[in-house]
Ligand binder design. Sequence first.
Ligand code: SF4
Length: 137
Amino acid sequence: MAEAAVEGAAPTPFPIGLNPLEVEEDVKHVDLVVKELARQIREVQARSEALIKISGFIGLWKASTCRYYDEKRGVCRAWRLREDAADEVRKLLGPDAVWRDEKGFERFRIARYPFICAICPLYRSRASEEKGGEGKG
Ligand code: SF4
């Protein structure tokens, strides 16, 4: 019954109490704000992608010279992630970000995500290993 009454009523041209010109201005303002937000989001996204790319280059170099990098498997032998941390990394980066080795240790898959090396504090140069010293190279 109520629906029939609404359907039959003449459509209101504009909500009572609102000035159409002011509303139009508000809509234009919102449109500008949305466009500016979209521009800023694109800029942040582009910078994030650049940061990840540059970190990847640095990470590739560190991996190629780090004594803990297992080239054959593409994993780091220094880090052993707790299961909950490994799950968190998988959620953040994807299921292939961590690899469980034959002993059940969770390892970073550096070959897939080399930027991890870029921010790693455990890096040790192979050169220092070859010299037989710690932290000499
Ligand atoms: S830099 Fe860090 S994460 Fe990368 S292989 Fe070496 S120890 Fe592992």
